[in-house]
Ligand binder design. Structure first.
Ligand SMILES: [Zn+2]
Length: 167
């Protein structure tokens, strides 16, 4: 069974947040604005990811993950290692990388004209984000992302003709 992880990433970790969402993890990003009450109202279940010593100190009791790496992929790897997240915990491409919303299966006919013809011809199933209306299909994320994720966990990348998972 997949273990659920919920994250809150500080504003400097936008790319890491996208990678985490691509891997299926619920990840909220702090807004740039210092006026925001994002941190005051944060759900206690969220694991804090931060690069700032300020936040690290402020949330000491919640054991934030202090991100030392600069490269977003290394940051991703650091999170996986420190929290002992395994390949089985991932649910790749189930979540919009921008909005963090879960994707919904969408009728292929409804997608026609909204994606390039060659994409529509080649793919049987599509998913959509209800918030931003972005469309996702197997292969809509950069191939490299899947390969790198597979390399991190030493698992085989999914076959290119593999469609999105349904659950
Ligand atoms: Zn979206």
């Amino acid at each position: 069974m997949k273990r659920k992880f919920h994250f809150a990433a500080d504003a400097a970790l936008g790319k890491l947040a996208r990678h985490l969402r691509a891997a299926g993890f619920d990840t909220r990003s702090a807004p740039q604005s210092a006026q925001s009450d994002f941190w005051q109202t944060l759900d206690p279940k969220r694991i804090i990811l931060t690069r700032t010593t300020n936040l690290r100190r402020r949330f000491k009791d919640r054991h934030p993950v202090f991100i030392r790496e600069n490269d977003p992929w290394r940051q991703f790897l650091q999170v996986m290692r420190e929290l002992k997240i395994k390949a089985d915990d991932l649910d790749p491409f189930s979540r919009c990388v921008v909005c963090n919303c879960r994707l919904r299966e969408t009728d292929r006919q409804m997608v026609k004209g909204r994606v390039p013809d060659y994409v529509w011809q080649r793919h049987a199933r599509f998913r959509t984000c209800d918030q931003c209306r972005r469309l996702y299909w197997a292969g809509s994320h950069p191939v490299r992302m899947e390969e790198r994720m597979a390399a991190i966990f030493s698992t085989q990348p999914r076959k290119r003709n593999d469609e999105c998972e349904t659950t």
